[in-house]
Design a binder for this molecule. Structure first.
Ligand code: PMV
Length: 321
C-alpha cells in the first residue's frame, strides 16, 4: 500500500487571508493562483500495519511534534474514508531550497493528499482531492488542479474547493522569485489567518475581494498584463495592510523587499511588463512575460539585498508518478 505523488507550490494573485472556519479552513474570500512549475514536492506514502505511529521524513530528516500532528490529521481523514487503520510513513522531498522562505505547505499537503489517498486505495476526484488538501493548508487546495487556479470560498467542507480556469500553456507568465531573506517566518500563516479579523481593514479587504477576483480572472483569460498587474499589486498590498494592522501586528517586509517593489513599479511606468506580489514572507514574486524575463532577472540581481532568484513558469496539476 504505497504511492508517490508530485506537486508544485503556487503563487496567489488574489490572496487568501483569514478563515470563516479555522478548523475546516473555509476561507473568508475566494482566491486565484498559478502553480509554479520549476518547484516540486515529491511525497511517498506507505501504510504499514507494523508501524506503531505515523512517521514523517522531510528532506531526509524525521519530523515530530506539531508538523507530524498536522500530517497525521490528514492521514486520519484518509484512513476514515478508506476504512483502514494502519499507520503510515510519509517521505517528502522539495527540489527547492528549504529555508529560502518559499512556502512549501501548499505543495506539501497537495502531494500528501494525493499520495496518501492513492496509497489507501481511494480513487478521489480532483474536487475531493482539493478539499482534502485544503484541510492541511488552505492554499494546498489550489495546488491540486493545473495551471491557473481559482479556489471558490464556499461556505462549508463540500463547496470549498479549487478548479483550473486555464491550463499552464494558456499564458507565458514567468515568476521571478527575488530571495531577500532565507529566514523562516516568525509567524506562520495558520496563526496569521486566526488573527486576521483583529485588523479593522480586514472587513474592507474581504468585502472588495469578489471584485478583485473577477478583474484578475478576466485579465488572465484576456492575457491583459496591465490590467493583471494593477489588480495583483493592489491585492497584495491590501493583504499586507491587514497583516500590519492586526493584533499582534505582522510585518513581513524587509528593506530589500521594498527596494524590489519600488524598482518594479518604476520599470512598469517605463513600459516593461512587471508587477510584484508577496506572501507571508520577505521574498518578492516578480511576475513578467517570457519575452522580458531574462532582462528583468538581470536587473533584479543588481538590487542590493537580493541574494538569489528562483524562476518558475505555469505548472501542471498534482500527479501520481
Ligand atoms: O495555505 P496557508 O495557510 O499557508 O495560507 C497561505 C496564505 C498566503 O500565502 C499569504 C496567501 C495565499 O493565498 O497563498
Amino acid at each position: 500500500m504505497n504511492a508517490t505523488a508530485v506537486s508544485h507550490p503556487n503563487i496567489a494573485f488574489i490572496k487568501y487571508w483569514g478563515n470563516r472556519d479555522n478548523t475546516l479552513r473555509i476561507p473568508m474570500n475566494g482566491s486565484l493562483s498559478m502553480n509554479l512549475d520549476g518547484l516540486t514536492t515529491r511525497t511517498t506514502v506507505s501504510f504499514q500495519p507494523s508501524l506503531p505511529f505515523d512517521e514523517l521524513i522531510i528532506n531526509g530528516h524525521e519530523v515530530m511534534g506539531a508538523g507530524l500532528k498536522r500530517v497525521s490529521e490528514i492521514l486520519d481523514l484518509i484512513r476514515e474514508k478508506a476504512n483502514i487503520d494502519a499507520r503510515a510513513e510519509a517521505v517528502t522531498e522539495n527540489n527547492f531550497p528549504s529555508g529560502a522562505g518559499i512556502a512549501s505547505s501548499a505543495s506539501a499537503f497537495a502531494a500528501l493528499a494525493l499520495a496518501g489517498s492513492a496509497a489507501a486505495g481511494l480513487n478521489l476526484s480532483e474536487r475531493e482531492l482539493s478539499r482534502l488538501a485544503r484541510r492541511g493548508s488552505g492554499s494546498a487546495s489550489r495546488s491540486i488542479p493545473e495551471g491557473f487556479v481559482e479556489w471558490q470560498a464556499g461556505t462549508n467542507d463540500e463547496d470549498s474547493f479549487a478548479f483550473s480556469i486555464a491550463p499552464p500553456n494558456h499564458w507565458d507568465l514567468v515568476d521571478l522569485i527575488a530571495i531577500v531573506s532565507a529566514a523562516h517566518k516568525k509567524t506562520g500563516s495558520t496563526e496569521g489567518h486566526a488573527i486576521a479579523p483583529t485588523s479593522p481593514l480586514q472587513t474592507a479587504r474581504v468585502a472588495d475581494a469578489p471584485r478583485r477576483l473577477e478583474k484578475c480572472r478576466q485579465a488572465i483569460l484576456d492575457k491583459d498584463f496591465n490590467a493583471f498587474a494593477s489588480i495583483v499589486e493592489l491585492d497584495s498590498d491590501m493583504m499586507h495592510a491587514v497583516m500590519m494592522t492586526s493584533t499582534p501586528a505582522l510585518q513581513y517586509w524587509k528593506p530589500a523587499s521594498l527596494a524590489v517593489m519600488e524598482a518594479v513599479r518604476m520599470w512598469r511606468a517605463n513600459g516593461l511588463p512587471a508587477c510584484y506580489t508577496m506572501d507571508a514572507g520577505a521574498n518578492v514574486h516578480v511576475l513578467t512575460l517570457e519575452s522580458e524575463a531574462q532582462g528583468i532577472e538581470k536587473k533584479l540581481r543588481g538590487i542590493d539585498g537580493v541574494t538569489n532568484i528562483l524562476v518558475a513558469r505555469p505548472g501542471g496539476m498534482a500527479k501520481i508518478v
